[in-house]
Each structure stands twice: as structure tokens, then as C-alpha cells.
Design a protein around this ligand. Structure first.
Ligand code: PLP
Length: 414
């Protein structure tokens, strides 16, 4: 039945949809469900003591400023801290290259507002981060998908995509959400060169870069782009907009992230943010700065890596033991997710319904595919559940898969 509201919504809302993941997260809240669905950090790693101390310091030493409206760009000492870290490990930047946002999700939305006209094409990996598609669908984006293998996006197909004149390329180079795959150094260089050749900017989304459990760190796209341009100033002015977040290093409830971009892009993003929410929470920025300023984050990240590495290993071992041989999966070197690929005739959305009866959840892979496909894939999160819970959950999922494959065989015989 039509309500009086229905014809009042703006045209751009037609492409809007609710995130399957956020819907599924409701299940994660039910205590008897083992959920590998959400992209949640382990609550055990949240530094509660450090947050408590930082809140006290902020309130006693900077209370009025921390509770006041703040600059749209973000709290300057926090931007300076991020600029120092970025200049040391990635690319020379100043605080003018940095905007603090309410999560990277907000930055993705702003990028959509700033760059995407209805009908514009965006190049995305297939699969890609569902939240980016959700953000850009609202602006009428269309997608050109580039398939991936174990070394990330397939560059030959990227060149084909770039000939169609897209607005930008969206890349998740480290331990990609959802697949867990990492873009190789060689391919990163090729991506930078191709983007330059076709004059197409890159959006590098990197929430997980520091969560590496094995192997060597690979230079970020923004770093390689700066080298490619032979840039020697202290202010980045290249072809990449880089996003990262405190969600996976400190706590997602902070809603605190940052954008690194050429200053002219930052100025436009600042105007966008002024209209959206004036600025990111002052109090949260003060607290994050207080927690991070003495080098605590370096130690804390080491601790998180230990916890997640064990969980990843347990999940992989259990999958080896419990999953039927027809199912394949990625072996991520970091991050929070791995990716299961089942035989073509199995539909993971159907499988989820059966899995939920066994009280275990995952995200069906189809929703990470911008232009359809991937119905036989699934995303599993390994950061949230304890090793024992992972053992039990993968056992349940293995049984569900074996049963589904067996039924498929029977259906084939009939
Ligand atoms: C690839 C990617 N980008 C962006 C986000 C959003 O992060 P934030 O919590 O900073 O909004 C996530 C969160 O899971 C993500 O995986």
C-alpha cells in the first residue's frame, strides 16, 4: 500500500538500500548465535583503562574546549600526530592534508557527494566493501567491476575499465574487506601508473593496514604515488585520497577516522563536512589524542596483532578439518576477514538460513558484488569470536556445508 510519504522522497533515494550486514548484526546480538558476520573488533582488546585515564585528563585539563564546538578540519594536535606518523611511514604530509571524519564511512559518503554525478562510473574491485557501494548508490553511481585473484585486482582488466572514463578507482589494498586479499607491490605500482596514464584518481581505503600477522609491510598507494611523481615537498599533492580509521586500532564506537588528500581536496571536503555535521566529536578527538600521544598505539597494535593472528590461525585450522573439500577459501596475511568460495550450485544466502538454525552466522557474498554474481561466496570474520567459539562455530558451519552439498548431490541424482 502506498503511503503519502512515498512520492515525496528524492529520486536519489531510489538506489538506497539497507546494508545486509547491519541487518545481520542483529543476530550477533543474540547470545546463542555464533556470529562470523559483523566486522567487529574483539571487545577484549579495547583499552578500557587507558580510555578511563584519558577521559579524566581531558575533563580536568581541557574540559571546556573538549565539550565545545571545534574546527571542521579536526583537533589540531590529533591532526599533527597523524601527520607525523604518516610522514614517517608513508608520505610527507602536513595537518593541512588531513581531515578528521566521523568514521571512514562518513569520508566515503563525502567522496560521493563531492565527486559523483548521477550515472558516473566508479571502478571497484569485485568483491568490494559493501559500505562504499551503499554510500555511493545514494548519489546514483554505477560501477565497473575488476575481478581479483590472490594478488588483488587484475590489472589488465583495470586498464579496460579505465578506457570507459570512470570518476575514480576505489581500492582496498591491504587484507581487503571482504576477501582478505592483499594487492601485491608490483600490481600497486601498475595501478598507480595506469591511474596516471588515464588521469583517474584513486581512493585508497586502508582500515586494516596495521593489522598484519605475517610477511612484510607493502608500501601504500599514496606512498607509491608520491614516489612516482618524484614529490619532494612536505605537502602531498598527488592522485590518491587515502582513508584510515581508529575503528580497528582503538574502538569503532569512537567514530573517528581521517582522510589524507591534496589540500585543495581537503578544502572541498571541509565544506562538505560543515554542511553535514560541522565537525567530528571534539571530546572523542581529545580522548583519542590523549590515549595515542605517548606512543601507546604502537604497543597496543602489537597486542591486537597477537590476538587476531591466533584467531585467524584457529579459524583456518578448523576450516581445514571441518569444511568439505569442494569449498575453498583465502588465507589472509592480516585484517579481520576471510572469504569462502563454494561450488557454483550452492547459494550462500540459502545456506545462511540453514546455518542460523544451527546458530551460526556469516555474510553471504553476493552483496559485496557491485554488478551481481558471487552467490556461492561468503565472508567470515575471525576477529570478534574467541578461539573456542571459533572452533564451535566452524564445526557447525562445516556440518551445514556438508549437509548442503550432500543434498545438492541428491538433487542432482533425482
Ligand atoms: C573497508 C572499510 N572501509 C570503511 C569502513 C568504515 O570504517 P569506520 O568505522 O571508520 O566508519 C570499514 C569498516 O568496517 C571498512 O571495512
Amino acid at each position: 500500500m502506498q503511503t503519502p510519504w512515498e512520492y515525496r522522497y528524492a529520486h536519489r533515494t531510489r538506489q538506497m538500500g539497507s546494508s545486509v550486514i547491519r541487518e545481520l548484526l542483529k543476530y550477533a546480538e543474540q547470545p546463542d548465535i555464533i556470529s562470523f558476520a559483523g566486522g567487529l573488533p574483539a571487545p577484549e582488546v579495547f583499552p578500557l583503562k587507558e580510555f578511563g585515564e584519558a577521559c579524566n585528563v581531558v575533563l580536568s585539563q581541557h574540559g571546556p574546549q573538549a565539550l565545545q564546538y571545534g574546527a571542521t578540519e579536526g583537533y589540531l594536535p590529533l591532526r599533527e600526530m597523524i601527520a607525523r606518523h604518516t610522514s614517517r611511514y608513508m608520505v610527507e604530509v602536513t595537518p593541512d592534508n588531513i581531515l578528521i571524519t566521523s568514521g571512514s564511512q562518513q569520508a566515503l559518503d563525502f567522496i560521493g557527494r563531492l565527486f559523483v554525478n548521477r550515472g558516473d562510473y566508479i571502478v571497484v574491485e569485485s568483491p568490494t566493501y559493501l559500505g562504499a557501494l551503499q554510500a555511493w548508490n545514494a548519489y546514483g553511481a554505477q560501477y565497473i567491476t575488476v575481478p581479483m585473484d590472490e594478488s588483488g585486482m587484475i590489472v589488465a582488466q583495470l586498464e579496460e575499465a579505465l578506457r570507459k572514463g570512470p570518476k575514480f578507482i576505489y581500492v582496498l589494498p591491504n587484507f581487503q574487506n571482504p576477501s582478505g586479499v592483499t594487492l601485491s607491490l608490483e600490481r600497486r605500482k601498475q595501478v598507480i601508473e595506469l591511474a596516471d596514464k588515464y588521469g583517474v584518481p584513486l581512493i585508497e581505503d586502508d582500515p586494516y593496514g596495521q593489522l598484519r600477522y605475517e610477511g612484510e609491510h607493502i608500501q601504500s598507494l599514496v606512498h607509491l604515488d608520491s614516489e612516482f611523481r618524484g614529490h619532494d615537498g612536505d605537502c602531498y599533492s598527488g592522485n590518491v585520497i587515502y582513508l584510515s580509521t581508529f575503528s580497528k586500532l582503538l574502538a569503532p564506537g569512537l567514530r573517528l577516522a581521517w582522510v589524507i588528500a591534496p589540500t585543495e581536496v581537503i578544502r572541498k571536503l571541509v565544506m562538505t563536512k560543515q554542511a553535514a555535521d560541522l565537525h567530528t566529536s571534539s571530546f572523542n578527538q581529545y580522548v583519542a589524542y590523549e590515549v595515542g600521544k605517548g606512543g601507546f598505539l604502537d604497543e597496543h597494535v602489537k597486542f591486537i596483532r597477537e590476538v587476531y593472528r591466533e584467531r585467524r590461525d584457529v579459524m583456518l585450522e578448523m576450516m581445514e578439518e571441518m569444511f568439505p573439500p569442494e569449498v575453498h577459501w583465502t588465507r589472509p596475511a592480516g585484517g579481520m576477514f576471510l572469504w569462502g568460495i563454494m561450488p557454483e550450485n550452492l547459494d550462500s544466502a540459502q545456506l545462511l538460513k540453514v546455518a542460523l538454525q544451527r546458530k551460526v552466522a556469516f555474510v553471504p557474498g553476493a552483496s559485496f558484488h557491485a554488478n551481481g554474481g558471487g552467490a556461492n561466496t561468503m565472508r567470515l570474520n575471525f576477529s570478534y569470536s574467541s578461539p573456542d567459539v571459533i572452533r564451535e562455530g566452524i564445526t557447525r558451519l562445516g556440518l551445514t556445508l556438508k549437509e548442503a552439498l550432500h543434498e545438492g548431490e541428491l538433487a542432482g541424482v533425482r
